[in-house]
Design a protein around this ligand. Structure first.
Ligand code: NAP
Length: 293
């Protein structure tokens, strides 16, 4: 039986780990804040390194590029406990460039690397309906696919090169934030026009204007429920990665640049820990009025 490890039990990682356990897999986990493993039927170890000897495949889901580097290659990193032939699957959203470097460093130790960022929000992690965009060798992807299926409805191999998955995730994030901006502008006009916001949502979401963002975050925006499925701070991290990639390639992305500045204004107001749907607050600041239920 393949032994599985999981590092990073945040909003996304805990949902994925929980689905692995429910599918009957034994799991060894490490999270920086140990209390986040409470209530999961897993073996908890005290450093990322200790996940290695207990696992054939290690899944990682932490915040940003330096965090992946720390939990994998740092002094107590998992790589030091892994052996040749093991596989590391990174579900974090990080730099495609750095991913290529990480995969090379792991490869020198005989450990293969699949970059497998996900989309589908906190709901997707809990309900097992994530979309995975995977880069790396097809053979290694097939090795981890059965486990990823316990929390994903779609797993697409987007390229043999490590980093391909992260680049597709950058594409994904353009669609996410521009959908979020569209939902925000739409609700602002509805509010300004004195429309019933819930009725308006109901009327448009089934047509060509519908989107995951509108259906899942629209009601939260109307209720002014700013709890994060995905924080503004992490959303900004992703937009930084998108803008860096676009800059290197030379592709103008004016819409993303605009949303980046709007989120920055909210971070400056101290709202970085709120959900990314709080983008509408930047438009409220411009308009001088707020959405009301
Ligand atoms: P989160 O709830 O903030 O969790 C972040 C996780 O990373 C926590 O387990 C945290 O540990 C750990 N971590 C961060 N820095 C670390 C470090 N230096 N050393 C060790 N552990 C560290 O974030 P999330 O929403 O689950 O996001 C995780 C990743 O998934 C991010 O790359 C994000 O962009 C991506 N993602 C998120 C969503 C979403 O809707 N939330 C969707 C798709 C992709 P502690 O518990 O100790 O803080």
């Amino acid at each position: 039986m393949t032994r599985l490890g999981y590092i990073g039990l945040g909003i996304m990682g805990r949902g994925m780990a929980s689905n692995l356990v429910q599918a009957g897999h034994d799991l060894t986990v490490w999270n920086r804040t140990a209390t986040k493993a409470e209530g999961l039927d897993v073996s908890v170890v005290t450093s990322p390194r200790d996940v290695g000897p207990a696992s054939d495949i290690v899944f990682v889901c932490v915040s940003d590029t330096p965090d992946v580097e720390e939990v994998v290659f740092g002094d107590f990193g998992v790589i030091h406990g892994m052996t040749e032939g093991d596989l590391l699957v990174d579900h974090s959203t990080i730099s495609p460039h750095a991913t290529r470097d990480f995969a090379t460093r792991a490869g020198q130790l005989g450990i293969d690397w699949i970059d497998a960022p996900v989309s589908g929000g906190s709901e997707g992690a809990v309900n097992g309906t994530l979309a995975v965009m995977a880069g790396g060798s097809a053979e290694s992807l097939e090795r981890c696919r059965p486990y990823m299926e316990s929390y994903s409805k779609s797993i697409v191999h987007v390229g043999d090169e490590p980093g391909a998955g992260q680049m597709v995730k950058a594409v994904n994030q353009i669609l996410v934030v521009l959908n979020q901006l569209a939902a925000s502008e739409a609700l602002m006009l509805a509010e300004g026009a004195g429309l019933d916001l819930s009725r308006t949502l109901e009327a448009v979401e089934g047509g060509a204007a519908g989107s995951w963002m509108l259906s899942n975050r629209g009601p939260q925006m109307i209720e002014r429920d700013w709890r994060p499925g995905f924080t503004i701070d992490l959303q900004q991290k992703d937009l930084r990665l998108v803008l860096e990639a676009a800059d290197e390639i030379g592709v103008p992305l004016p819409g993303v640049a605009l949303v980046y500045q709007l989120y920055r204004s909210l971070q400056n107001q101290g709202l970085g820990a709120e959900g990314n749907h709080a983008l509408v607050k930047a438009l409220e600041n411009l308009a001088g009025f707020e959405l009301s239920e």
